[in-house]
Design a protein around this ligand. Structure first.
Ligand code: GLV
Ligand code: MN
Ligand code: MN
Length: 394
């Protein structure tokens, strides 16, 4: 099968790739993000699609007029990444969306409903801490005043970063008008586990997203000299951090959930200084929200009072059951799989938009890592599946 997939993939591949690790550093409202947005606009223009940016900073490319003839069928995903992320998480969905449109056009298909491709901004929350910030802003799940005040690791607010990227921050708001254009949303994504590899199938339909959240905890100590402060005289918050991380792991096992401490900030971060303060982040998820909440409650109880603060929480999100069954039947009985990864499709589903996902096999299940991979053949099977889904829905 020839497909525009390869050329789209090749265009995007160098943007934000770290030559050292081979991983991607594509953070919201940076130079790399601007290059990704420019690429999206170019791909839309090359196809004669109408480009709009909504009040939350998400990009939409429309084939047809969603206001006159909508609501439309929307496909797409995000282009940003976690630190040293893989090439597939997000971009596979956007590239497959354009490739599916190309396949439909090449087949002479003309949709009865408008078709949209979306690039949701800041899905990973890698810079400002809140995942799916673009879709949460769009749907009203995240207040603009809160979002604009979020700070990155250098103290730059999201508002300042958006301003530098040329966004009129006074206009940042929930955007019902844009949301009304979306009759149904299907997000194709690389699978971030080994469900499909185990089943020996290339494509699955996402059935839902586990409840998940992020918490920040701060432990204070007393900065002092590494060579002159007796062990008994130290107030070393690093010890508290080590104990907290071990505790999170233990509690996760006991409650049957997942818990991760993947980010810490140490102040002042000097090799020969006892830290004055450490900040850690807990990511907790699981199939059962009560178990996740129980784990986090026990974790909070093990920390100094008041040191744990919730940064985000997303409830269990089942995708539209009619849509899931319809897509699974359409795709020759594709398996239906839940996921512990968060997605913009979940945010839209929680806002009442009929939404579903397609997952493409990841042979090792590794994700949020430069080792994330899907074979070209499976990617093209994903494009074919998405093309069939659009035909069916539009
Ligand atoms: C997004 O990839 C998340 O689940 O953290
Ligand atoms: Mn991700
Ligand atoms: Mn993703």
């Amino acid at each position: 099968m020839t497909s525009s997939f390869d050329s789209l993939w090749a265009e995007l591949a160098p943007v934000g790739r770290d030559p050292g690790t081979g991983g991607y550093r594509r953070f919201a409202w940076t130079r790399e993000d601007a290059a990704l947005r420019e690429w999206f606009a170019g791909a839309a223009a090359a196809r004669g699609l109408d480009l709009t940016t909504d009040r939350a900073g998400n990009q939409w490319a429309w084939w047809g007029d969603p206001d006159a003839d909508g609501p439309g069928v929307v496909v797409g995903s995000h282009l940003d990444s976690v630190p040293d992320g893989g090439a597939f998480d997000g971009p596979l969905g956007v590239i497959s969306a354009f490739a599916a449109l190309d396949a439909l056009r090449a087949a002479g298909y003309s949709p009865a409903r408008p078709l949209g491709v979306v690039n949701f901004g800041d899905e990973e929350g890698a810079r400002f801490g809140i995942a799916c910030a673009g879709s949460r802003l769009l749907t009203g799940a995240l207040a603009p005043s809160l979002a604009l005040a979020l700070r990155d690791g250098s103290g730059v607010t999201m508002g300042e970063a958006m301003d530098r990227a040329g966004i009129d921050t006074a206009g940042v708001a929930g955007d019902r008008e844009t949301l009304r254009r979306v009759g149904v949303f299907v997000e194709l994504h690389i699978e971030q586990g080994i469900g499909l590899a185990d089943l020996g199938r290339p494509v699955a339909v996402g059935s839902g997203i586990w409840p998940h959240g992020r918490w920040r905890f701060t432990l204070d100590g007393e900065a002092n000299h590494a060579g002159t402060t007796r062990l008994a005289d130290r107030h070393d918050p690093m010890l508290g951090l080590a104990a907290a991380i071990m505790c999170a792991r233990e509690l996760a096992g006991r409650n049957g959930v997942l818990a991760t401490c993947g980010k810490v900030v140490v102040e002042p971060n000097g090799v020969n200084a006892i830290p004055s303060r450490v900040t850690g982040w807990l990511d907790a998820r699981g199939a059962d929200p009560r178990s996740v909440r129980a784990m986090v409650g026990e974790f909070a109880a093990a920390l100094p009072t008041g040191s744990l603060a919730q940064e985000s929480w997303t409830d269990a999100t089942p995708f539209d059951s009619y849509l899931v069954s319809r897509l699974a039947a359409l795709l020759e009985g594709a398996p239906e799989l839940p996921t512990g990864a968060g997605h913009d499709a979940g945010i839209l589903a929680n806002a009442g938009v009929p939404a579903a996902m397609l997952f493409v096999r990841n042979p090792t299940g590794v994700s949020h890592s430069p080792a994330e991979h899907a074979s070209r053949d499976d990617c093209l099977r994903g494009v074919a599946a998405l093309t069939a889904v659009i035909r069916d829905l539009a």
